[in-house]
Structure formats: C-alpha cells, structure tokens
Design a protein around this ligand. Structure first.
Ligand code: HEM
Length: 392
C-alpha cells in the first residue's frame, strides 16, 4: 500500500512539474512595470513574503505610504483612515466595516453590480463594441458612489468629472485642493450630498462620517481616497483579468463553469501575478523620529517561491488551496490596513466578467496598451476593445 501511495505521489508531483514548463511566465505587465518601478530611496526593500507579512502584522509599525510624511496628524479626527494607526485606526475601521461586510455585498451591492453590469453590457450589444476600460470604470464608479452615498444617476458625466481629478505627475494621485476640477467636483457632487445628509442621514459612508463628527473638508478627503483606492484599482483589475481570460480558452472555460469560489480563486491568482498596487510602506518610529522605513515590494513578495511553491510566474488557480495560502497573497496588503474593499472588488469583477463572457459573439478585438500612473505606482491598461454580435 505504501509503495502504491509513494508511486501516486511521484506521479502527482510529476504532473505538477509537467504543468509548468521551465520558464513559463504568464505575466503581461511585468516587463513594463520593472522599467518604471524603482526602489524607494532610504527604505529597506522587503521582497520576501514571510518578512512582508511580519512587517504588515507588526502593531508597532506605522503607515508611511502615499505621502504620510506630509499629513498633519495634530488632530487625528481630521485624518483619513489610511493614515491612522493604533487605536484611532481600529475605531475608524470598525465603524466602516459594515459597508464592506459579506452581508452588505450580498444584500446591497450585488444588485447594484448586476444592474449596472447588465446596463453597460446592453449598451455594448446595441453598439456591437465597447472600450473595456471605460465600462469597467463606470461600474467601479457606480459601486463606490453607492457606498459613499454620492448621486451617480448621471454615471458617465460623473465618471468624466472624477477622471479630471487625477494628477499627471507627482506623488499625489489627486490634483491639489484648489485645482478647478477638484473644486468643481466638490461643489457639484460632494458638498450638496454632505449638506443633505446633515439634514437627514442615510445608510452610507458620508452619513456615518457626519455622525462621527468629521468636518466637510475631512469627509471630502475621505471621498477622494475611495476614488483612488476603489475606483481606479477596480478598473485595472477588470481589464487585466479579462485580458488573461480572453487569451486562454482553458482559463475562461474554467471561470465560466466554476462556482463562486472557483471564480474567485482564478481572479485572486491573476491578481497575484499582476498586482495593481506595487508597494506598501511602513516605518518603525524611533521616539519622536520618523524611524526606519520598510517598503514592501508586493510584486516580489507575490512571486516568493517559498510561499507560492514552484513555478511562481505561472497562473495556477489551484495554487492557493494546494499551498494553503491567501490567494491574492500581498496584493491587498496584510494586517490592520489590509484592503477592506478586497471582497467587494473580487465579487464586482467576478459578476461583471461572468456576464461579459456570456454575451453572444464576445471577443477581445484589441488588446490594451500598458501605461504607468506614477502617482499611484500602478500600471494602467487603456484602449482594450471588446466586440460582440449586435443585439437582435
Ligand atoms: C483590485 C482592487 C484593489 C486593490 C488592488 C487594493 C489594494 C489595497 C492595498 C494594497 C491596501 C493596503 C494599503 C496599506 O496597507 O498601506 C488597500 C487599502 C485600502 N483600500 Fe483597497 N484595493 C482595491 C480595491 C478597493 C476598493 C473597491 C475599495 C473601496 C470601495 C478600497 C478601499 C481601500 C481603503 C479605504 C483602504 C485603506 C484601509 C486602511 O488603511 O485601513 N480598495 N487597498
């Protein structure tokens, strides 16, 4: 019996190896990103998965990413969640957790995702084609606005106003507060909602922030952080996942035949090899001093063979179960700041792509071009065109 078991093991190991021809690399963005991403000056670069996890789970270390050094921490009630640490961060997370729970996704956002996906895809069927990054972006805008409480009834015009907020360079993804596009967005889309919610609360993040006593300025900054954290990332996720599945009949079949878990396994594995956020940063304060800085290189940590097992550059949706590992690895961060929107974006992308792949005659007519959004240290995929049979 033992010999038989040994033989079976040998065969299954051989199968795994044969699934991975030497040098297989499924990544589409890697060469491009490597050309643009440089190490963070003055920081210790962390590339191993185990060390990244230890750092992000270490409660003594503080957020040091996205310009944290420029944030005025004198009144923490006015600071957005991303930059908080310790107890104030824990409290803020606890109060918004309900907007990201599995229950909220199931009972509230799922319907919004389905309705908007169907409407956007119906538009594509009428026209016979669509730009994938546009429709993915419109969907992401709708879902984040639903969470925040913003009015997205004129979704496409709103999406364009939000697009205009983005910086072309520098380290802050959003233009400065006095930029006309930022002022216009505030006055047109955000201030009226804050005023209305001050009169009468609803079940959304803006109402909750009012209840917690935040100023209009802080609420606006928090809104902008959701734009960057939730809209831009999801747009790229939809395009990269679609691009991989259009390129592999086997992967797409598996996705369409799979249940929810199997679909999410595929999406997480794609995100592991193509992480959108390239880096998270922490510091070890030394008394009043800023202290030592650690920059977690998410791309490297996600490819660390000690955690992924063999053939880390290959997309293998069974990997996470086999390795008993978090599927997306470091792509959503880890520890107390781990992305609260992870399940939401996974489900949003899953529902949208499932409907997209079922459109009659659907195919990718043009692959996206890869660009670099320096302020966010993230790749951008633009110009992907999907075509389909015209609606009867
Ligand atoms: C593929 C999509 C997404 C990716 C790759 C992503 C990635 C990340 C990462 C890596 C972090 C951790 C940052 C750190 O530790 O310094 C994070 C935090 C965060 N994300 Fe996401 N995210 C995504 C989608 C979303 C969505 C859909 C939302 C909201 C609707 C969202 C809201 C946030 C917020 C508010 C934080 C800060 C959490 C905190 O500091 O406690 N993200 N995200």
């Amino acid at each position: 019996v033992k010999r038989q078991a040994d033989e079976e093991l040998a065969v299954s190991e051989e199968l795994q190896v044969s699934k991975c021809p030497v040098g297989r690399d499924d990544r589409k963005t890697a060469v491009f990103v490597d050309r643009h991403l440089t190490d963070l000056a003055g920081a210790e670069m962390v590339r191993s998965y185990a060390q990244s996890r230890d750092i992000l789970r270490n409660g003594n270390l503080k957020q040091a990413g996205s310009g944290a050094e420029f944030v005025d921490m004198s009144d923490i009630d006015q600071v957005i969640m991303f930059y908080l640490d310790g107890e104030p961060h824990r409290q803020r997370r606890a109060t918004v957790a309900r907007f990201f729970s599995a229950k909220a996704i199931e009972t509230r956002y799922k319907q919004v995702i389905e309705d908007h996906s169907r409407a956007l895809l119906a538009g594509m069927q009428r026209d016979g084609s669509a730009k994938l990054d546009d429709i993915g972006y419109y969907l992401a805008v709708a879902v984040v606005c639903e969470i925040l409480g913003l009015d997205y009834s004129d979704l496409i015009a709103l999406s364009h106003r939000i697009e205009k907020l983005l910086a072309d360079s520098g380290t802050n993804p959003v233009r400065p507060p006095n930029d006309p596009a930022v002022v216009h967005f505030y006055e047109r889309d955000v201030a009226p909602i804050i005023a209305a919610r001050r009169e009468s609360r609803k079940d959304d993040v803006i109402s909750h922030l009012i209840d917690a006593g935040y100023s209009d300025a802080t609420i606006f900054t928090e809104v902008l952080s959701y734009v960057v954290g939730g809209m831009l990332t999801t747009r790229e996720f939809i395009v990269i996942a679609a691009w991989h599945m259009f390129g592999s009949e086997e992967l797409r079949r598996r996705f369409m035949d799979g249940d929810k878990k199997k679909q999410i396994d595929i999406l997480e594995e794609i995100l592991r090899v193509e992480p959108i956020t390239a880096r998270v940063v922490r510091r070890d304060p030394d008394g009043e001093e800023w202290g030592k800085v650690f920059a977690i290189d998410i791309r490297s940590a996600n490819l660390d063979e000690a955690a992924t097992g063999p053939c880390p550059h290959a997309i293998d949706p069974d990997r996470a179960d086999r390795m008993r590992q978090e599927g997306a690895m470091m792509s959503f961060g880890d520890g107390v700041h781990r992305c609260p929107g992870a399940q939401l974006t996974l489900n949003e992308t899953r529902i949208f792509l499932d409907l997209l792949f079922r459109v009659p005659g659907i195919r990718l007519a043009r692959e996206p071009e890869i660009g670099w959004f320096a302020p966010n240290l993230a790749y951008e995929l633009r110009g992907a065109v999907v075509v389909c049979d015209l609606a009867a």
